[in-house]
Design a protein around this ligand. Structure first.
Ligand SMILES: O[C@H]1NC=Nc2cccc(F)c21
Length: 243
């Protein structure tokens, strides 16, 4: 089963990295059917205008609803989920990536930072389209293209067959355990006087698993206490509580 993702943007070249590496392979394998569209293809005036000054005044420009409407009417399908990257959206996180990876059609409408005319989201919600406004976090970008890159990569890597070893999706940060990932090491065993923790060289799998769990808990407590707070207490065993 392949997922179709359509990305609409006035900067299609910004999405070029999606042709590389993991996402590129998913496209070649037919797992991901990705199409990037230049929004200006749906303009009708000589200057290919996509935005205008905001009603009510204020700095910057707002993207026009009529141009977006013409484009989205053509691109949306009945089972499409319309994603609108915006700083005023819900913060995108791994659970949403998993939910989106189960969809069959995602349409990402990349707006500029000042935003897309609010009637676009309103119109398509009223028409029964699932619309999600997604933020990357509390910082300022100039448009939705970087968010589109983030969402597409986060979703694509969850699709069956994209990541070589699905096991690697389980233990990663923000994965099922709800913890940050433990530290990782590889050869050489000593580097600039720093040794790899002995337990990792012991071959004792139970001890290694315990050490990794302890390190994940320690890191999460130190860097993201909010994630620890959010953990279901039942997910912590007695040994965990000693960490
Ligand atoms: O301002 C940024 N902050 C966080 N997320 C975003 C998503 C889309 C556009 C945008 F400008 C942003």
């Amino acid at each position: 089963m392949s997922v179709r993702i359509d990305v609409l943007t006035i900067f299609p070249d910004y999405l070029a990295p999606l042709g590389l590496s993991l996402v590129g392979k998913a496209r070649e394998a037919g797992i991901l059917d990705l199409h990037v569209h230049d929004l200006r293809n749906w303009t009708t005036d000589r200057h290919r205008t996509v935005d205008d000054t905001p009603f009510g005044g204020g700095a910057g420009m707002v993207m026009r609803a009529d141009v977006w409407g013409t484009a989205l009417d053509e691109i949306l399908t009945p089972d499409a989920h319309l994603l609108l990257p915006t700083p005023s959206g819900q913060v995108f996180a791994q659970p949403t990536a998993h939910a989106l990876a189960a969809e069959t059609h995602l349409v990402v409408a990349c707006g500029r930072y000042e935003g897309i005319d609010a009637r676009v989201a309103e119109h398509y919600r009223a028409a029964g389209v699932r619309v999600s406004e997604l933020s990357l976090g509390d910082y300022v970008l100039n448009g939705g293209e970087v968010a589109a890159l983030v969402v597409v990569e986060a979703v694509a890597r969850l699709l069956p067959g994209v990541v070589g070893n699905p096991e690697s999706l389980v233990e990663e940060s923000h994965g099922e355990a709800g913890l940050l990932e433990y530290p990782v090491f590889t050869k050489p065993p000593t580097w600039r006087g720093l040794d790899v923790p002995d337990v990792l060289l012991s071959g004792h799998h139970a001890r290694i698993a315990r050490w990794r769990r302890d390190e994940a808990l320690r890191r999460t407590a130190a860097r993201r206490p909010d994630m620890l707070e959010a953990l279901d207490p039942a997910a912590l065993d007695a040994r965990d509580r000693e960490v």
